[in-house]
Design a protein around this ligand. Sequence first.
Ligand code: HEM
Length: 386
Amino acid sequence: MPSGIVLSNGHTWKQQRRFGAVTMRNLGLGKKGMEHQIEEEAQQLVEIFARAKGQPLDPLLPITNAVSSLICVLSFGYRFSLEDEEFQQMMEAVDFLLKFGGSFCHAVTEVFPRLMKRLPGPHQKALFSAAMVLSFTKREIEKHKEQQSFHEPRDFIDFYLLQIEKSKGDPNSTYDEDNLAECILDLFIAGTETTATSLQWALLLMVAYSDIQEKVHREIAGVFGSSHAICYQDRHKLPFTNAVVHEVLRAKFMLPVGIPRRSVKDVNMQGFTIPKNTIVITDLRSVLLDPEQWETPEEFNPHHFLDKDGHFVAREEFLPFGAGARMCLGEQMAKMELFLFFSNLLKVFRFQLPEGVKELRKEPVMGLTFHPHPYKLCAVPRTGLS
Ligand code: HEM
């Protein structure tokens, strides 16, 4: 029986998901919470980009490190130094698991787990990688238990250990340390590449559409000048910037389909019968590019999220995070990260092509996920801004 959140089902999923949602909310709110951590991480990212002094740089590694550090803060309560060897090994393991997920070998391993355990192949490295992340997480759980920090919970592990305490004696409880470790593995796998890829797309599109980039910068500079570090609440004062972030998630969705699920009962939907036990895969692409809903579905057009007076409008058809009971658990966190990283970077830098490069490829590398071809850009500091 799969544990954690992403692949679990039934009672286990219900409990872990509900706990995860409440805890993400508890950790996300307020100045001391995740929001403040994301603001700090955004400033660190600005510093890393500034160190390149306008020379060509591949943004993938700094962005991935920033996003992974935030999952560490959420799960363990602190970020690792980027030079930390154990952290780097863990990131490599997560990266491998993501690449392995959805491959043919992965499918065979899911169907014949016992047989595959004995055979050589890339699944052995995947099993090793998952075991490594789980054992790293278990060591963190032990540290939290020793420090007894769950009496004043500050991170996912603290809240979970408290929940285990509260549920002692409840025969229906699925809260245990194995499930906790799986939940954290899920947060790393579901929350790292998704967010990092979206920000990579955002910067690429700003280079490709320099008029939109200038408009974003002018909006930010007009509202805040040079001194103010932007916080999430500020999105209400920056409707164009907010619309650009949403349009990146729509036009350059990185997950064309949702995670395959199985119907638990016969369902009748718009005249179609979906029998019990049918595998259902949501086609997110069909919604995000629906020509009946979006004015220019194939074009990158931030006006999809603006009314005629330039106010931000939320759209029902905006479903990059899926819909229903199994929709993304990290939507709020991802939106916060993308808005804060993007706006703080655009405030300080002009992103442009390296000398001699004519244009960046805008079509995605097609796979289980849609990500950009590797690219380099120049982050040129805007004069007079801190
Ligand atoms: C731009 C960033 C992100 C995108 C586009 C995204 C998108 C998605 C999608 C499409 C699903 C599947 C929904 C379905 O099957 O119907 C999903 C599930 C999930 N996501 Fe995200 N996600 C993002 C970031 C995050 C982050 C930052 C976290 C956590 C820190 C996260 C945690 C999860 C979890 C735990 C699930 C499984 C939910 C369940 O099975 O109940 N995601 N996400």
